[in-house]
Design a protein around this ligand. Structure first.
Ligand code: SF4
Length: 177
């Protein structure tokens, strides 16, 4: 590869874009039928106590500006069309994080007359975060695992966050809480 060649500039700009993406993932939050328990945990995750801005994560209102779709709940027939439209409006490359047992499997709403099913039936899920609801530490762990996998520049295999997060993001005992 010669400095100044077209492939050199392409590689450099790709690296810069990937670096920027990893260091400033903008996320859109979508409730496709959750009981709101998971949504409250997502909002708690975004508070200064957990400080996700240290990872450059920012909540974004428009899907056109978002890299990551954070979705909660099973997919209901009522939300189906809006969920698909939101996902389609996001620019590539885009990633989906399923938060909570209902998003992973339908949970307590599985088989309900108004429910299509789990999130992966409708959009491709990259990170699965189990729990009813998952704690903010688990949500942060899932996002960080996704960012780590993006360092390769490719979409990795789906990530499953373990029930017990290996390393707590906040050590509550040390913080005296
Ligand atoms: S996983 Fe639990 S808290 Fe989350 S939407 Fe389902 S029932 Fe509610």
């Amino acid at each position: 590869m010669t400095i100044g060649s077209e492939s050199f500039y392409t590689q450099v700009t790709d690296k810069i874009k990937n670096w920027a993406r990893i260091n400033s993932p903008w996320a859109i939050h979508f409730n496709s039928g959750s009981c709101n328990g998971c949504d409250i945990e997502i909002l708690a995750t975004l508070t200064p106590r957990y400080d996700v801005e240290r990872f450059g994560i920012k909540l974004q209102g428009s899907p056109r500006h978002a890299d990551v779709l954070i979705a909660t709940g099973p997919v209901t027939f009522q939300a189906l069309e809006r969920l698909v439209r939101t996902y389609e409006q996001m620019p590539e490359p885009k990633y989906v994080i399923a938060v909570g047992s209902c998003a992973l499997s339908g949970g307590v709403f599985d088989g309900c007359y108004s429910v299509v099913g789990d999130l992966n039936k409708v959009v491709p899920v990259d990170v699965y975060i189990p729990g009813c609801p998952p704690r903010p530490e688990a949500i942060i762990y899932g996002v960080v695992q996704l960012l780590e996998s993006l360092k390769t520049g490719k979409k990795a295999e789906p990530i499953v966050v373990p029930d017990i997060v290996p390393e707590l993001v906040i050590d509550e005992e040390k913080n005296g809480n």
